[in-house]
Design a protein around this ligand. Sequence first.
Ligand SMILES: Cc1cc2nc3c(=O)[nH]c(=O)nc-3n(C[C@H](O)[C@H](O)[C@H](O)COP(=O)(O)O)c2cc1C
Length: 325
Amino acid sequence: MKTRITKLFNIEHPIIQGGMHYVGYAELAAAVSNAGGLGIITGLTQGTPEKLANEIARCKEMTDKPFGVNLTFLPILNKPDYAGMVRVIIESGVKVVETAGNNPVEYLPALKDAGVKVIHKCTAVRHALKAQAIGCDAASIDGFECGDHPGEDDIPNMILLPRAADELEIPFVASGGMADSRSLVASLAMGAEGINMGTRFLATKEAPVHENVKQAILQATELDTRLVMRPLRNTQRVLANTAVERLLQTERELGGNIKFEDIASEVAGVYPRVMQEGAVDAGAWSCGMVAGLINDIPSCMELIDRIMHDADRLILHRLLDITCE
Ligand SMILES: Cc1cc2nc3c(=O)[nH]c(=O)nc-3n(C[C@H](O)[C@H](O)[C@H](O)COP(=O)(O)O)c2cc1C
């Protein structure tokens, strides 16, 4: 399958693994890239340019295929050294950056001069148009279903993707709720050039996280995610657990007076405890509604091969059969 996205990123299959905090290490990125997709290292988990350089070097030892780095721009005062991370990305020869969280315009000239392709993750068509206007090469359109930050518009992908197709000239991938060949074929039908997956890649053999996390996703249904931090306009879709229910209770009690400090104990410093120690009830951690479609823990190669194989069957049999009858 050749699409504008496979050509842009020089990959075999139109499947991207989105950046994931404390999940997107070299092991996962390399496994996805070795399977013909685009694996992505999460820059912020490394935290400093030096550690990121080290992680990129580790990934290069595990794959000779293209992989990318995610840069998530956070709305915080003590900003990480983004410029240093951009420098390291360029110096190490990484050819793709996934940006998210805020407008990447400050870093685009350096990345573009070095020939790095930038795919910006957006939850609204107007943000994708802005990304296009400032020179991003592609967009990742993250619907309301998605794990992590769905934005504040609450538009699911059945609407968001065709809206993006109507407006955008740059290629885009569908993100949020993607799990299998049905997701891929439906996304292509709605104008996307591929898919981006987070939660589905979290439940793979190579995801370097505690087994409890994978089992929690297997056990979850599509009813088991919650939206937290909505009153702070920093909405995050997370897996329901006791800490999340406490957090939501605090949000209900404090209403519009809530401040980040009021819920910090349920959200700050949670990721290492969940992903590394397996304390899945320690606080709020991102998970998409797509958990309801995840019933196994395949290798990345098995997952991607299955999606591509079943997509062929879907297109050549189901779609052709019903249109030719
Ligand atoms: C555990 C987890 C952590 C995530 N961390 C980040 C992150 O640090 N930066 C980012 O841009 N997206 C992050 N995401 C979002 C994913 O890259 C992707 O856009 C999203 O998961 C797509 O929705 P899905 O989970 O339905 O596939 C995270 C998602 C999950 C599940």
